[in-house]
Design a protein around this ligand. Structure first.
Ligand code: MGD
Ligand code: MGD
Ligand code: SF4
Ligand code: MO
Length: 695
């Protein structure tokens, strides 16, 4: 019997888990005691990490689609040669920009970095990640406001805050262990406040719930700022010493008066005043946001409006404070910093000559190998496939046929591609079923590498199980495609996860995310370690927050007030499409496109097997719809899908909520993005409801 401590590779908390292993079988899964994130607890997904490949498992050999449309399993060598030859052909005939990749926030940082090296440095292809669907808004907001993509908090701040404001976040379902930290907060008179259009599982457990109109956060937050300024409930010294552009912001928010707020947000002047008073009276106020903010048509400004509230009230850098973006996937943070997609390894723009030189030296390559510009964003990649300009796509550890916005456009793209490579642990996902090359890989229980969680904590993934015959890791698939492409000595120092980690450490030197002091092997059986951790640093605390000295990463070292006029949602409700179709996580047990969590029998037995929407009781009555009746929903994008109506007290009269775990949901979401982050606006689609004829 042996014990292997590893990291849960579902959500961004990246809890640690002890696997008890006997004869290459996991016989017990125990949440690691003493690990700072989850200290002996985990959710049902973490407890069932051993279930992957228990019911569904792909043939361990790769699969190729032949000219006549039939499929064949081939040897790994044959698949690598076939894929590399096809990629080279397309590269030669149509140029590097005819190849693209979609990476993920759910692989290890070493796998992402290697993929970025093969695809971006060597092939000069565009590679975006599914993190675009998730964290792109926070990335842009942080960069502009703080000077670097740096979430300031440590999870312990949840236990040190007397006023916790959750905006567009439903941690009871999406981050249960984080919710556990809120419950563990023993401060007397502590307030938990939820701002959401939906009376969520979290709102039901909160002290205050503000049901705002969908996508009206910006008006609410600017009005709040205005009230705080009017009442002089601001921290003038903090603003003076640590921020810039406050005077402009103050003038800008003057027009956001309380008398106008109700019409725009559905919240009364009294409610907004009450919220402002709680912020004023709180000694340690923390504001937390997730996808209700990140996924919107003016999302970056929304995130920054939250940051502005924290800055102007001096709720930054002190215990229990902060404007805190919660990440989604286990390694979204690793993907943001080390995937070579939107910026250089370790951060910094591709047009920064000093950083280019430093990164090239760290990698031991000529600077000209580095990409000259950021990748095309996800939406542009799909548009270019559909325009016939991109011919080859390699997707790994994501399932875009299901999760991409307006997902019929991805179906169209799949049909257009000359070469569609999918790398997944299952060969029957919506994306992989019909692809030209399928690379089957082993799940996280057989892999080695590093993840970075929502509070910037690096932790070790280590294999609990040995590989079986013909099995392959993500790392080795990418490495072998690189070899078959002829990368030769460009792969020196990229041959093992540890070698890649050492390169990434070097790339991070001198950057805010400096990890030069982290020892790859010392991460094993440890408490993890938050960045920054420089060479020579000694660890005195397991929980560290940023900006305690009031110094930010901008050239002036001051945080920036960022703001812009509120704009109309490009998709307005109309007489024909009078209801808002909101989307998000349905249950704790279900993970995104449900490929993995379908293997947890307890979850699979308990959840709906047909797509469903929550509908308000009054609305259901008015439309003559019964609980669990099948209804048709038509979106403003012209697509109609069937859902089961679930009468619920969680949604307002003119709003519906559909979990994302069913492919029908994103058939209805039209292609709308934030202008700066290009993150999809997934949560406010105008729709119509119809009874199914003859039902
Ligand atoms: N069980 C489970 N857990 C998960 C995941 C999963 O699939 N399943 N996925 C993980 C990932 S990758 C992510 S990104 C996180 C997401 O975690 P969350 O963001 O917490 O989850 P969502 O349900 O997408 O959205 C949160 C809330 O935003 C609200 N919202 C919608 N529109 C608005 C608006 O205009 N304003 C405001 N203020 N709120 C709005 C929704 O009603 C919803 O309650 O969860 C992670 N955890
Ligand atoms: N309408 C709407 N749509 C949304 C959202 C929303 O709130 N509303 N949220 C968006 C967000 S925040 C996110 S993060 C995305 C998530 O969307 P996806 O990334 O598409 O969802 P997953 O189901 O997590 O896909 C991961 C895939 O990787 C596979 N996999 C698991 N482990 C491994 C591994 O070790 N290696 C490899 N190669 N594959 C593996 C799984 O089987 C699965 O097919 O969805 C987005 N879509
Ligand atoms: S809370 Fe997140 S990281 Fe922790 S066990 Fe659950 S899914 Fe895994
Ligand atoms: Mo996400």
């Amino acid at each position: 019997m042996k014990k292997v401590q590893s990291t849960c590779n579902y959500c961004s908390l990246a809890c640690n888990i002890d696997y008890i292993v006997e004869e290459n079988k996991i016989v017990k899964v125990i949440p690691t005691k003493g690990y700072p994130v989850n200290n002996g607890f985990s959710c049902i997904k973490g407890l069932n990490l051993d279930k992957q490949h228990s019911v569904y498992k792909a043939n361990p050999l790769p699969r190729i689609k032949k000219e006549d449309g039939t499929f064949e399993h081939v040897s790994w060598n044959e698949a690598f040669t076939y894929t590399a030859n096809k990629l080279k052909e397309i590269h030669e005939q149509y140029g590097p920009e005819s190849i693209a990749g979609i990476s993920t926030g759910q692989l290890t940082l070493e796998e992402m970095a290697l993929y970025g090296h093969v695809m971006r440095n060597f092939l000069k292809a565009n590679v975006d990640g599914n993190t675009r669907l998730c964290m792109a808004t926070s990335v842009v907001a942080h960069k502009q406001s703080f000077g670097f993509d740096a979430p300031p908090y440590t999870l312990n701040d949840l236990e040190l805050s007397d006023t916790i404001i959750l905006i567009g976040a439903n941690p009871v379902v999406a981050h249960p262990i984080l919710w556990g930290r809120i419950k563990a907060n023993k401060i007397e008179g502590k307030k938990v406040i939820v701002i959401d259009p939906r009376y969520t599982e979290t709102a039901k457990r909160a002290d205050h719930f503000y049901r705002l109109k969908a996508k009206s956060d910006l008006t609410l937050l600017y009005t709040l700022a205005h009230v705080l300024i009017e009442k002089n409930w601001i921290d003038a010294a903090y603003i003076e010493n640590h921020t810039e552009k406050f005077e402009e912001f103050k003038t800008f928010v003057k027009e956001f008066t309380l008398d106008k707020v109700e019409e725009k947000t559905n919240l009364t002047a009294e409610q907004v005043l009450e919220l402002a008073t709680m912020i004023h009276e709180g000694k340690a106020v923390s504001l937390w946001w997730t996808m209700g903010i990140n996924q919107g048509y003016e999302a970056v400004r929304n995130a920054q409006a939250i940051i502005n509230i924290a800055l102007m009230t001096g709720n930054m850098g002190r215990p229990g404070t902060g404007a805190n973006s919660i990440t989604g996937q286990s390694n979204a943070m690793g993907s943001r910093l080390f995937s070579n997609t939107a910026g250089l390894y370790g951060g910094g723009d591709y047009d920064n000559p000093v950083r280019r030189q430093a990164v090239a030296e760290a990698l031991g390559i000529d600077e000209s190998w580095l990409p000259s510009k950021p990748t095309l964003p996800y939406n542009a990649i799909i548009e270019k496939i559909n325009a016939g300009e991109i011919k080859a796509l390699w997707v790994l550890c994501t399932n875009p046929r299901h999760s991409w916005i307006n997902n019929e456009t991805f179906k169209e793209a799949m049909d257009k591609l000359d070469l569609f490579i999918v790398q997944d642990i299952y060969d029957d996902t919506d994306s992989s079923e019909d692809c030209s090359v399928f690379f089957p890989v082993v799940p996280g229980t057989k892999k080695e590498g590093t993840l970075i969680n929502t509070e910037r904590r690096l932790s070790a993934v280590r294999p609990a199980l040995l590989m079986e015959e013909n099995e392959m890791t993500d790392f080795n698939v990418i490495l072998n495609v690189g070899k078959a492409l002829g990368m030769g000595d460009l792969l020196d120092g990229w041959k093992t996860p540890q070698e890649v980690f050492e390169k990434m450490k070097k790339c991070s030197k001198g950057m805010p995310c400096d990890i030069t002091g982290v020892d790859y092997n010392a991460l094993v059986d440890s408490k993890g370690i938050q960045w920054p951790f420089k060479e020579g640093d000694t660890l005195t605390e397991n929980e560290r927050r940023l900006f305690e000295d009031g110094q930010f990463y901008t050239p002036s070292k001051k945080a920036q007030f960022m703001f812009e006029a509120v704009t109309e949602n490009p998709l307005q409700l109309t007489e024909e499409f009078p209801y808002v179709f909101n989307t998000g996580r349905g249950t704790v047990g279900q993970w995104h496109t449900q490929t993995r969590t379908r293997e947890i029998a307890f979850v699979n037995d308990a959840v709906s097997h047909v797509a469903y929407v929550h509908i308000n009781e009054e609305l259901a009555k008015d439309l003559g719809i019964k609980h669990q009746e099948m209804i048709e929903i038509t979106s403003i994008n012209g697509v109609t899908r069937r859902f089961m109506a679930m009468v619920s007290d969680t949604v307002a009269y003119n709003e519906l909520f559909a979990p994302i775990h069913y492919i029908e949901t994103n058939a209805l979401t039209p292609s709308v993005y934030d202008p700066y982050s290009k993150e999809p606006s997934y949560k406010s689609t105008p729709v119509q409801i119809n009874k199914v004829k003859g039902a």
